[in-house]
Design a protein around this ligand. Sequence first.
Ligand SMILES: Nc1ncnc2c1ncn2[C@@H]1O[C@H](COP(=O)(O)OP(=O)(O)OP(=O)(O)O)[C@@H](O)[C@H]1O
Ligand SMILES: [Mg+2]
Length: 293
Amino acid sequence: MAQQLAEVGYLADESAALVSYLATRLGKPVLVEGPAGVGKTELAKALARASGRELIRLQCYEGLDEAKALYEWNYRKQLLAIQADAATGESPVAEPTRAGVGSIAEIFAEEFLLTRPLLAAIASPDPVVLLIDEIDKTDQEFEAMLLEVLSDFQVSIPELGVIEAVTHPLVLLTSNNSRELTEALKRRCLYLWLDYPDAAREIEIIRLHAPEAEQALVERLVELISAVRELDLKKPPSIAESIDWARALVLIGADQIDDEVFRETISVIVKHRTDLDLVAERIGLGKLGKAGP
Ligand SMILES: Nc1ncnc2c1ncn2[C@@H]1O[C@H](COP(=O)(O)OP(=O)(O)OP(=O)(O)O)[C@@H](O)[C@H]1O
Ligand SMILES: [Mg+2]
């Protein structure tokens, strides 16, 4: 599995590779937790690439409801259909007493349905990877609805009936821990904790994304990044920041990280005023020394 993921540009550690393998074989959803920017979203994308499946993504946010996650009726289109029918005198609903309920049902047909990510993943004829990103941003009510969909792999639409999955999606849920998820959801899922990678893996990841950066430079960069992560920062630099830093260093033509370079580029990896102060005080800006002659 690690090999397959590496082929599509994702360098998984042992636990990520194992959980991914188990998820595909057991057909269970995976709950991926960990700090920001450690590759949670990217893992789902990589699994889709590796398996040749389409990726369907549901980006969660506060207030996300069924209408945006599952399906909703296209009222505009329904209204237009009613008006068009009324104009030609064949309206199914303009004279409901004669036309009856059967005709009203015409505007609750599939062509008037707006399919949202969850339903799309369930209804897809080919198996997909379903990424439910940042589930912790939604509320418990939404989680309960999700649980139902994930355990039955079916969606019940009162006006249409039950839509059952023909194929099962591979489901990944990610969370940044902004709230504790319910036990019921955790029970349903395999669990993967993604953390900052060790130095060797981080070097590999950076070199993959910023191949122009020299090995020695990247090694030094990772050393500094992990020292910065040791500090008690509001927002420690993630892999995304490491990659950005390597690219920035290449762009400004730096082949070493001395005081001046560090000071000039620190804002690429540290993005809070108080964090900047802490880094300046504890790590450097005066302690790294000058570049060679
Ligand atoms: N193991 C890895 N192999 C290759 N690239 C990686 C790996 N881990 C992270 N990356 C890269 O790091 C960056 C950040 O990853 P990603 O966006 O998936 O993080 P995230 O955990 O979803 O963050 P957030 O919590 O902020 O959404 C991406 O550019 C991704 O390509
Ligand atoms: Mg993400």
